[in-house]
Structure formats: structure tokens, C-alpha cells
Design a protein around this ligand. Structure first.
Ligand code: UD1
Length: 338
């Protein structure tokens, strides 16, 4: 069965492609290479022994999207990762984010709505909850006003899909609300490759550990948590990738109870920034140079998932511990800097 993975050469997309191929799906990747390279394909081949079909395509080019679906009428499902994801950049360039993340989603849904049946998985984020009032966060927690255009594109994306599904019975969709993805494939053939200075915690930790950055700034030590630093739910990217396959199969097999559903994808366990640092020190045997500095504007105190719905309804559960995920991130960092 043919599955289109947009943004399939990115961090989560490449790991999901591997899991899809491991289960026998034929994967077509489209990616504009704005935040990835074709070399990722070699990593996927090294793990799975199979080269996915790859087309360099920018989803903003509507006529090319139309042409793609004309040429690939047998696409049974779409997992849509392609999007811009830097929060700070989105504040500076809102229209770029609305065009990249919303315009492209609309073009894809237009194509899918012309098919008799299609299955669609959307990369959403726990950012839609903002600072939730209760921990752990369930899917019924209210969606709060977005802190950034990036966050807004995830909220709007969900609404656009929901509205489309209401009037298009042929489209079945699932939005996966990711918590904090991290780590790399255990083979170290693929992993996270942030361009420039990493914005996210884990790549900043491993780059500091390897000596590429001098010091990690811990943003805020005065939050109302056990050690004063923020709490997040760090999920191994391979666990996250597997959640996509399970969600897709729910749709392909017609097991969904509604034609638009949302699921949290996290581990259910919250860790502070200092706990993440300790995990790194345990698995690497290195001391990390870090300093507690001012809070980062827009950060929330705490976010971790109630995963009951995903566990029960999808039959999926994250398996890796923070240490296992951190170890994989560290092995990957060492490999790419060799
Ligand atoms: C961020 C985005 C979120 C997005 C996600 C995508 C913000 C406010 N949120 O989530 O919308 O979906 O990335 O991956 O940008 N930290 C440090 N030092 C650092 C980097 C991070 O102390 O150098 C801390 C942060 O304050 C936070 C935790 O580490 O408490 C995780 O940060 P990060 O990896 O950036 O993820 P989020 O902020 O949770």
C-alpha cells in the first residue's frame, strides 16, 4: 500500500518512514529540502534495505501538488509532517508560517477531498494546550490562545481538518499532539539535524556535551516545580514514529469511531530540565557545563501527557525511558561529529 509522507526527510518524518517500511508499506516522500538533505535517504536505506521514492517538491506550489496526485492516484494514506517549526522565527515572519503551514495543508486536503477514500495523519503539538490547568493533560483540556504564529498554525490546522472532515466523509483524519520528541534511531543511521544553533533542549545538551557549544543556558530556575526548572514530557522519536503507523492503520482499517480524532502522544512522565541534564550525565559519563539564566519568554511551567486515550484506543504506548532516549541522542551526536 502506498503512503505519502510529506517532510519525510525531516527528523520525525524519516523515523516514521523507517517504521512504515518495516511494516511493508511503500513510501513516497515529498520534501522541499528546506530543513533536510537527500543524504537522509541513505540512512533510511541502511536501516530498512529499501529506498523510498523521493520527489523534491514544495507543497506551496499548488499546480505541482495537483500534478503529484494525478501521477500517484493510488496513494492510500498521507502523513503530513512538512511544516516550519521555529517558534521565534514564526513571530518575526508570521506570513511565512501561515503560507508554509496552512496554505500547504489546504492544497493537500483539496486533493484528498477529490478521492473516494483517504486517510490523513496530521502533526499537531501539545502547544495547542498552552499552560493547561491540570496535569497530566488530557485531550479534552481546552485549547488556549496560541503564544506564537507557529502554535496558531497547529491550532488552525486542526480546525481546518476538522471542518473539512465534517463535510467530506471520504477523508478520515487523526491529529497527533506531540509532546517533546527527542533521540535518534538506535542504528544511528538517522537522527535530529538542527541547522545552526539548536532551539530545543536535547540537541543543545548533546552539542554542549560534544564541545560544539560552550554552555547550556537553563531557562529559568524559579518555576514552581520540584527543582525550579520547567517540566516537559520527552518522548523517544521511535516511539513517536510508531504512533503514526498505529494511527494510520486505525484509519486504513476503518477502526476509527469518528472521521476526525485527536490523540496525545507522550510518555505520560514529566521531567524537569535538570533531570534531563542528569540523564545526559548518566548515559554519557560526562559532566555538562550549564548555567541557570532568566526564563525564556513564552515558556510554560509544565506540560506532560495523559496518554490513556492513545493507550486504550490506539493500543499504543511509549516504551523508551528518558535515559534510553538520551543515550540514542548522544550516540547520534557522536556519530555526526566524527
Ligand atoms: C518548543 C516550542 C513548542 C514546539 C516544540 C517543537 C516554545 C516556547 N515551544 O517546545 O511550541 O512545539 O518546541 O519542538 O518554543 N530549555 C533550556 N535551554 C535551552 C533550550 C530549552 O533550558 O537551551 C528548556 C525550555 O525552557 C523548556 C525545555 O527546555 O523548559 C524544553 O524546551 P524545548 O526543547 O525548546 O521545547 P518546548 O519549549 O517544550
Amino acid at each position: 500500500m502506498k503512503i505519502l509522507v510529506t517532510g519525510g526527510l525531516g527528523f520525525i518524518g524519516s523515523h516514521t518512514t523507517v517504521e512504515l517500511q518495516n511494516k511493508g508499506y511503500e513510501v513516497i516522500i515529498i520534501d522541499d529540502l528546506s530543513n533536510s538533505t537527500e543524504k537522509v535517504l541513505d540512512g533510511i536505506v541502511a536501516i530498512t534495505g529499501k529506498r523510498p521514492i523521493f520527489e523534491k517538491l514544495d507543497l506551496k506550489e499548488k499546480s505541482k501538488v495537483e500534478d503529484f496526485f494525478k501521477r500517484h492516484q493510488d496513494v492510500a494514506g498521507v502523513i503530513h509532517f512538512a511544516a516550519s517549526k521555529a517558534v521565534g522565527e514564526s513571530v518575526e515572519k508570521p506570513l511565512l508560517y501561515y503560507e508554509n503551514n496552512i496554505g500547504t495543508l489546504v492544497y493537500l486536503l483539496k486533493e484528498l477531498s477529490q478521492k473516494n477514500k483517504s486517510s490523513f495523519i496530521f502533526s499537531s503539538s501539545c502547544t495547542v494546550y498552552g499552560q493547561a490547568d491540570k496535569m497530566p493533560i488530557t485531550e479534552s483540556a481546552p485549547v488556549k490562545a496560541a503564544e506564537s504564529p507557529y502554535g496558531n498554525t497547529k491550532q488552525m490546522g486542526e480546525e481546518i481538518i476538522h471542518d473539512t472532515c465534517k463535510v467530506t466523509p471520504g477523508i478520515n483524519a487523526i491529529a497527533l499532539r506531540y509532546f517533546n520528541p527527542m533521540g535518534a534511531h538506535p542504528s544511528t543511521e538517522i537522527g535530529e539535524l538542527p541547522i545552526g544553533v539548536p532551539q530545543n533542549l536535547v540537541p543543545f545538551i548533546t552539542q554542549t556535551g560534544i564541545g560544539l557549544r560552550e554552555q547550556l543556558s537553563v531557562f529559568g530556575g524559579d518555576y514552581p516545580t520540584s527543582d525550579g526548572t520547567c517540566i516537559r514530557d520527552y518522548i523517544h522519536v521511535v516511539d513517536l514514529a510508531k504512533a503514526h503507523v498505529v494511527a494510520l492503520e486505525r484509519l486504513l482499517n476503518g477502526k476509527n469511531s469518528e472521521n476526525y480524532e485527536v490523540f496525545n502522544v507522550g510518555t505520560g512522565k514529566g521531567s524537569t530540565v535538570l533531570e534531563a541534564i542528569k540523564s545526559f550525565e548518566r548515559v554519557s559519563g560526562k559532566k555538562l557545563n550549564y548555567k541557570i539564566v532568566d526564563r525564556r519568554p513564552g515558556d510554560i511551567t509544565s506540560a506532560y501527557a495523559d496518554t490513556t486515550k492513545a493507550n486504550k484506543v490506539l493500543g499504543w504506548k511509549a516504551e523508551s525511558t528518558l535515559d534510553e532516549a538520551m543515550k540514542s541522542a548522544w550516540l547520534w551526536e557522536q556519530k555526526v561529529r566524527k
